[in-house]
Design a protein around this ligand. Structure first.
Ligand code: EPU
Length: 413
């Protein structure tokens, strides 16, 4: 699928953010911890979520969607995750902790997802081993068996997925666990909050050290998926790049602090409790030096957006990617096809901003694709952005949303 974009149209209007992909995936994974009904509101209808729902259904869960609400109930009938779904998304790894906790075994084919780096699973697996679980890593398939027992474990890196899996595993473990070096992303905190509503005993919510006292069983609950901070940042970036006046509603500005602090001195920004308005009249003199890092620092998922902003700015920027080694290079070449001046050395992009022109470019991953769509929207002339199927994994009709703000976008294929 591709977008044909005629660039140079300013954006204007109001746009609401929907539920976060990475929160929805973690909470869906955690539904395995109980047979009772878990009702998730504000659940985005995007490809990755649909695929995880298919995977859970294939494993025995009953799942019903009614508009934005997804209701999950029932018991797993198999502990083997079907390869046809597991390999479609990285989020399939998020059933690991919950399944081992409740069923004491799992067979998980290597999860798929965006080709943004090696994405090993050693922290997930070492953490489970620390809880006494037997792990067999056969390369393309991970098998785990055993009853998790309370233990202390320090994550060598604040991995979002590993933190989520270990929290789930510890929630039903025999005894008390201490997890150190945990990720503190808002999506992880949402999971901690939902588990507590389900009866889990977690201390230190929102922090990097968690004490979890395992309980015998967890109950059903109802929970609101938090707004997608990356989607909110995508809309704001588009408005910034295209010179516009856009209010992004139903978002949580507190979750986007590092991003908003970058925009604040460069554009007219007004932050409200659940909305952000941006007025952009001209391009700033670059963005300085920005390094991606785990929350609360500048997120890797907003790096491609920033690369586009830097490429169409009126000055120099340096962007360092520390988490996913393949996230810079592809978009750099695509932006250069549009007249950009982006030089990548190892994991650092040196960007000299300039006016971009239309070109045929290809999206290779989800966030990178969103960055290219915005680049095409700000470029002079017509662009074709291919590979939009990657974008659809995490965005609800990105082109259609931009269209409502005044962009000239058609989809094809
Ligand atoms: N890592 C390891 N070993 C592990 C796990 C991670 O070395 O066992 C490394 C990774 O290679 C990476 C770093 O640790 O360099 C951080 O990876 P993390 O585990 O935190 O990422 P993830 O859980 O696989 C989630 C999001 C990503 C987001 C990252 C970082 C989901 C489903 N995915 O991935 O989202 O970029 O956290 O915030 O929650 C996206 O939405 O486009 C996306 C890729």
């Amino acid at each position: 699928m591709e977008y044909i974009i005629s660039g140079g149209k300013p954006l204007k209007g109001e746009i609401a953010v929907y539920g976060a992909k990475n929160c929805a995936l973690a909470l869906l994974g955690a539904t395995v911890l109980t047979d009772e009904e878990v009702v998730l509101h504000n659940c985005p209808d995007i490809v990755d979520v649909r695929n995880l729902i298919c995977l859970l259904k294939a494993m025995g869960k009953t799942i019903v969607r009614s508009q934005d609400t997804v209701t999950v109930s029932g018991t797993l009938t198999t502990i083997c995750a079907p390869k046809e779904y597991a390999t479609l998304l990285r989020g399939s790894a998020l059933i690991l902790g919950s399944t081992i906790a409740k069923y004491h075994q799992i067979a998980l084919p290597l999860p798929g997802g965006c080709a943004i780096g090696a994405r090993p699973m050693d922290i997930h697996l070492c953490g489970l081993e620390a809880l006494g679980v037997e792990v067999l890593d056969a390369g393309d398939m991970v098998s785990c068996r055993g009853v998790p027992r309370g233990a202390s474990y320090r994550l060598r890196l604040a991995s979002v997925g590993a933190t989520e899996n270990l929290i789930c595993a510890c929630s039903l473990a025999k005894g008390t666990s201490t997890l150190e070096g945990c990720a503190t992303e808002p999506e992880v905190v949402a999971l901690e909050r939902m588990l507590i509503k389900m009866g889990a005993k977690i201390e230190g919510v929102g922090g990097s050290i968690l004490h979890i006292c395992g309980v015998d069983s967890l109950y059903g609950t109802e929970f609101d998926i938090i707004p997608d901070r990356i989607v909110a940042a995508t809309y704001l970036s588009a408005a910034a790049a295209c010179c516009g006046d856009v209010t992004v509603t139903k978002c949580r500005p507190q979750d986007m602090d590092a991003f908003l602090r970058l925009l604040e001195p460069r554009f007219q920004l007004s932050c409200f409790s659940d909305a952000v308005r941006i007025v952009s009249r001209s391009q700033p003199h670059g963005y300085g030096r920005v390094t991606t890092a785990p929350y609360p620092f500048f997120p890797t998922d907003m790096q491609s957006l920033l690369l586009t902003l830097a490429a169409c700015s009126d000055g120099d920027s340096v962007i360092e990617e520390t988490l996913f080694e393949n996230r810079l290079a592809h978009n750099a070449t695509q932006l250069n096809c549009m007249g950009g001046e982006v030089i990548v050395k190892n994991n650092i992009a040196f960007v000299r901003g300039r006016k971009l022109h239309g070109a045929n470019v290809v999206a290779k991953d989800l966030r990178g694709g969103a960055g290219l769509v915005i680049a095409a929207m700000t470029a002079e002339g017509v662009s074709k952005v291919d590979g939009i199927e990657h974008v659809n994994r995490g965005y609800v009709d990105l082109g259609g949303m931009f269209k409502t703000l005044g962009a000239d976008i058609r989809s094809r294929g």
